[in-house]
Ligand binder design. Structure first.
Ligand code: FES
Ligand code: FES
Length: 192
């Protein structure tokens, strides 16, 4: 006999890093708690739990979201990518490799969110999305380069309490310059 529908929970399937995860969740469960507490995907970190620090940033359909403010039920049938899903086997994602090579972290707590956010910002910039510091937002203007100021502004939602910002900006600039759009996130649909 089919289970009685519940007014407070739903059976959903989350698609995470290419795998399907059937789950019954309370409607109030955040994507962050579903990842960490229910699926043991603890790479995504909980900092403030109120949308202020960016530590919990993951990609949903290749766009960055703070998973502490995203209800798990809203991720049903969407492609969720966490830091665990970025590498290709033993080959790190270019942004991960750049953080490693250029010391883009100290304690590492904010790092998974910084990396997911950086991947998305490179895509957003490549797609021509302006930021608050883009000098000319006319769509016909020559695309602005991804300067350190652009990176700082676009990553401003990701806080690093131990102050690795200088190296983080350097790592993102390096990954963007050497790899352009990130391979793990480039599909025939593009970034739009
Ligand atoms: S834990 Fe989500 S923004 Fe801080
Ligand atoms: S590396 Fe420590 S909080 Fe960012």
């Amino acid at each position: 006999m089919a289970p009685e529908p519940s007014p407070t929970s739903s059976a959903i399937t989350l698609h995470i890093n290419g795998e399907k995860h059937p789950l019954s969740v309370d409607h109030r469960t955040t994507l962050l708690d579903a990842l960490r507490e229910r699926l043991d995907l603890t790479g995504t970190k909980k900092g403030c739990d109120q949308g202020q620090c960016g530590a919990c940033t993951v990609l949903v359909d290749r766009r960055r979201v703070v998973s502490c403010l995203t209800l798990a039920v809203t991720a049903q049938d969407r492609e969720v990518t966490t830091v665990e899903g970025l590498a290709d086997g033993d080959d790190l994602h270019p942004v991960q490799q750049a953080f490693l090579d250029l010391d883009g972290y100290q304690c590492g707590y904010c790092t998974p969110g910084q990396i997911c956010s950086a991947i998305a910002l490179i895509e957003e910039h490549a797609a021509g999305w302006p930021s608050a510091v883009t000098p000319d937002v006319d769509p016909d203007a020559t695309p602005a380069p991804l300067t350190p100021d652009e990176i700082r502004e676009r990553l401003s939602g990701n806080l690093c309490r131990c102050g690795a910002y200088v190296s983080i900006v350097r790592a993102v600039a390096h990954a963007a310059a050497t790899h352009g759009r990130s391979p793990a996130l480039t599909t025939e649909e593009g970034a739009a």
